[in-house]
Design a protein around this ligand. Structure first.
Ligand SMILES: CC(C)(COP(=O)(O)OP(=O)(O)OC[C@H]1O[C@@H](n2cnc3c(N)ncnc32)[C@H](O)[C@@H]1OP(=O)(O)O)[C@@H](O)C(=O)NCCC(=O)NCCS
Length: 139
């Protein structure tokens, strides 16, 4: 059974470890590893902007909206069971003007947000990397 609960100190380490998990990290735009100290500092400011999903009573995912930017993650053992959708719906209920920035190749995240009624509005275009500039200059 899926339950969405407020974020509390008992979940901070679960969120940090999941956020650092190699199986999910690639989905995030910022893939930096979060240290326990960074997590403590971050949660002191942003804890209330997050919710946690429980699956049969166990922590299984989290979502938050920080400065209107949604972040969401479901533990790999629990993906595909509707937790992501429940998390995004809970966050949108609390922060209706929030948006999500999604990597172009992150199909799971794109599908999740579309299933919650989001539509793609912008594409963020990054400049060429140094390598591709070098190649272009040689052409
Ligand atoms: C994106 C993510 C949160 C989805 O969580 P989830 O709990 O598996 O999602 P749900 O089970 O609620 O699925 C929601 C919808 O997305 C679709 N979906 C989920 N994973 C999918 C996948 N890998 N490929 C295609 N569609 C997928 C589901 O089919 C469902 O669509 P439907 O409602 O039309 O049936 C999860 O894959 C994840 O944590 N990824 C790594 C972290 C990440 O990328 N976060 C997003 C950063 S913006």
């Amino acid at each position: 059974m899926i339950e969405i609960v407020p974020n509390e100190p008992q979940f901070y380490e679960f969120i940090r470890v999941l956020r650092n998990d190699e199986r999910v990290k690639h989905g995030f735009i910022n893939e930096a590893v979060i240290t326990p100290e960074q997590q403590t500092e971050y949660m002191a400011i942003h804890a209330d902007e997050y919710v946690v999903s429980l699956y049969d009573g166990s922590p299984a995912g989290y979502a938050g909206s920080v400065d209107g930017d949604i972040r969401v993650c479901t533990h790999p053992d629990y993906q595909g069971r509707g937790l992501g959708r429940a998390l995004v719906e809970a966050i949108i209920g609390r922060y209706p003007n929030s948006r999500a920035k999604v990597k172009v190749e992150n199909t799971a995240s794109l599908r999740l947000f579309e299933s919650c009624g989001f539509t793609a509005t912008y594409l963020l275009l990054d400049p060429p990397s140094d390598d591709s500039l070098d190649t272009r200059e040689k052409d």
